[in-house]
Design a protein around this ligand. Structure first.
Ligand code: HEC
Ligand code: HEC
Length: 191
């Protein structure tokens, strides 16, 4: 009886409800499911996957939950996220967030050349200034282009980004995508 109650208690803890404290070491194991596309350190291994190492934990967790609930859709990520529990999502977000990302602008340009409309949140070099905003540094320009067009068309929705993208032409989108895509990203793994 007592054992049953303990097991049941354990299952309830692992199930729905607010996630327990995140555990980057447990997240490292979950990341084995991600590494063929995102690397174990979060440096993308395939051109269509974004870099996620050293991104704010809050942002990573929110995106994984959005794929899981269907608020954000992608043929690969919706399937991946559907198979993860809320706890695994917290853990794997903590793992990828535990690395540190740094960025270097290409030769011949300076921070003052960065797209003025983006720097307050994404930085001149694409390292985010806020925990709910993603890094853009070194993402493939086509990825950035696709996400901005998704915000513009309403396929992806966000208070701030939907309004910003709504005002942008294809040429403006291409120019900012090229700016952040030209930045060199380095990720230093935490362990
Ligand atoms: C088969 C390849 C593949 C696997 C495996 C995979 N991903 Fe992804 N992931 C992608 C692609 C492609 C995207 C871009 C989705 C889009 O275009 O909206 C993405 C997007 C993401 C994003 C959004 C990043 C951003 O900047 O908005 C997060 C977070 C993420 N993946 C985390 C994970 C985690 C954690 C795992 C493992 C549990 C994982 N992914 C497994 C391919 C993959
Ligand atoms: C006031 C803050 C703010 C400004 C200004 C801003 N962004 Fe964002 N951006 C965000 C936030 C917050 C998100 C996360 C959206 C979400 O949760 O889906 C985001 C997401 C994005 C994404 C998705 C990245 C990914 O990894 O999937 C791209 C691309 C992007 N922004 C580009 C831009 C560009 C280009 C500009 C300038 C034209 C810009 N943003 C201006 C706050 C901002």
């Amino acid at each position: 009886m007592r054992l049953g109650a303990v097991l049941l208690g354990g299952l309830m803890l692992a199930g729905a409800g607010p996630a327990a404290a995140d555990d980057p070491a447990a997240g490292r194991k979950v990341a084995n499911m991600c590494r063929t596309c995102h690397g174990l350190d979060g440096l993308a291994q395939i051109p269509i996957a974004p870099n996620i190492g050293g991104e704010p934990e809050e942002y990573l967790e929110a995106q994984l939950m959005a794929f899981k609930t269907g608020a954000r859709e992608h043929e690969m990520m919706s399937v991946v996220a559907a198979g993860l529990s809320a706890q695994q999502i917290s853990d794997v977000a903590a793992w990828y967030a535990s690395h540190s990302a740094s960025a270097r602008l290409p030769e011949g340009v300076s921070e003052s050349d960065a797209p003025a409309a983006c720097v307050s949140c994404h930085g001149a070099d694409g390292i985010a200034e806020f925990p709910d905003a993603p890094n853009l540094a070194g993402e493939v320009n086509i990825y950035i282009d696709t996400q901005l067009k998704a915000f513009r068309s309403g396929k992806r929705v966000h208070d701030i980004m939907s309004d910003i993208a709504a005002e942008m032409s294809d040429e403006e989108i291409r120019a900012v995508a090229d700016w952040y895509g030209a930045v060199t990203l380095e990720i230093e793994m935490s362990e």
